[in-house]
Design a binder for this molecule. Sequence first.
Ligand code: PLP
Length: 213
Amino acid sequence: MTSICENIQQIKSEIGKVELVVVSKYRSLEELHEVYACGHRIFGENRVQELVSKQEQLPADIQWHLIGHLQSNKVKYIASFVHLIHSVDSLKLLQKIDQEAAKHKRVIPFLFQMHIATEESKFGLDADELKAILRSEAYKVLKNVRCRGLMGMASFTDKQEQLHKEFGGLYKLYTGLKDEYDFDTLSMGMSGDYTVAVEKGSTTIRVGSKIFT
Ligand SMILES: *Cc1c(COP(=O)(O)O)cnc(C)c1O
């Protein structure tokens, strides 16, 4: 059996300059301390309540990323400290984040979550919806949020061809907008598919189960 730290180091050696977000959802504080002791500082959670509770109990130099669906009425709990929100999928939510960020005199960085999987249930925008938001006046006036790029979750499949297609499509959309909108972050790749995601141009992977097993 390998330790949490060995797993992190193994993944980091595979991905080179790509950023690793250690997805710590459902994991105990003890396990998170192990990640921290390994020198890692970038953690991702998918639920607001758990994110806040862990942030309060762990060292202050951790960068906390929200990777799961965010409801407008919960933005206020994370606005003072969240490092990057990966999961923005509506203008309405973004307006709320902007408002809450302003109260803390912050600019909150975020990614638009894109729907790239074949499964129906996953959250996210399609390319036309994204472009409509980016070009809207209501978006352009927001001063306390800053879009760093895009996030996507591929279909839950082993089919390499399918993964190549989904990640490749997202990469193409990302590079097409990158210069105009000053993007630098493409968040794609999880335990089961990060190798393909990195091959396809991911800048940031979000890995949980492969580290903690
Ligand atoms: C849980 C989760 C991950 C990590 O998934 P693993 O398969 O455990 O690596 C990545 N991204 C999001 C949005 C998640 O909810």
